[in-house]
Design a protein around this ligand. Structure first.
Ligand SMILES: Nc1ncnc2c1ncn2[C@@H]1O[C@H](COP(=O)(O)OP(=O)(O)OP(=O)(O)O)[C@@H](O)[C@H]1O
Length: 216
């Protein structure tokens, strides 16, 4: 499987935020997107996830035989918001996502196992809104685990996480990569992944970018 972005150009209103963005990721590879506030990181990720239209260029996934794979069915997108109902129990939220996102061939952890994987055993029965901001983010990350999808598109995944939880998150991403997945994350903080490809959006609205090999 590969994730391939070619000559992507992103715009908000009259402003071109980035142009000529391109990268190729194979199984087991991660791309970290960096840049100052307003550079267009979230815009880029939303384009990759199919939630916004690119001005030009393309993003596609293909399997090992080169056949197209639909991004909407094979990628998880985690935005700034956690996409959970505050009034529903943690288990009800994750049950919803598990059934909503399940494809015919999808597999993933059980809801209880996913909660355990993010270190929050015992909170399944609580309303999501009762959890602290960091605990809520960890449950949002557990959503990625209840249905296996090969590509993770993550916007500031470690926002609100303490150091230990950020480390736990890095472990989950490493496990995902070693299982043949791909991860693309926008972040202001090092995620502790080695090695990764990096893509820096300069925020000057005119630069061209290349993904380069780097050690974080
Ligand atoms: N819905 C929108 N309509 C118009 N402009 C928008 C919209 N959303 C974002 N923008 C603008 O697009 C630019 C890029 O925003 P974006 O959220 O992609 O940046 P970012 O690099 O993710 O920033 P941050 O690091 O602060 O999260 C900003 O100038 C922002 O004001």
């Amino acid at each position: 499987m590969q994730a391939i972005a070619t000559n992507l150009k992103g715009r908000r209103g009259d402003s071109v935020l980035f142009d000529n963005v391109g990268f190729t990721l194979a199984r087991g590879e991660a791309l970290i997107v960096t840049g100052p506030n307003g550079a267009g990181k979230s815009t880029l990720l939303r384009i990759l996830a199919g939630l916004l239209r690119a001005d030009s260029g393309s993003f596609s996934l293909c399997d090992d035989a080169g056949a197209d794979m639909a991004v909407a069915e094979h990628a998880h997108y985690l935005g700034h918001r956690n996409a959970m109902k505050r009034e529903l129990r943690v288990s009800e939220n994750l049950d919803f996502w598990k059934s909503f996102q399940r494809g015919d061939s999808s597999t993933g952890l059980s809801v209880d196992a996913a909660i355990e994987a993010v270190g929050l055993t015992g909170v399944a029965h609580l309303p999501f809104g009762y959890l602290s901001a960091g605990q809520q983010r960890r449950i949002a990350l557990a959503r990625l685990l209840v249905v296996w999808r090969p590509v993770w598109i993550l916007d500031e995944p470690t926002a609100a996480l303490d150091k230990q939880s950020a480390g736990l998150f890095a472990d989950l991403v490493r496990e995902h990569l070693s299982g043949g997945g791909i991860a693309i994350a926008a972040t202001h903080q090092p995620l502790g992944l080695d090695p990764v490809k990096t893509l820096e959006l300069s925020g000057d609205h005119r630069a061209a970018f290349d993904a380069v090999e780097a050690w974080s």
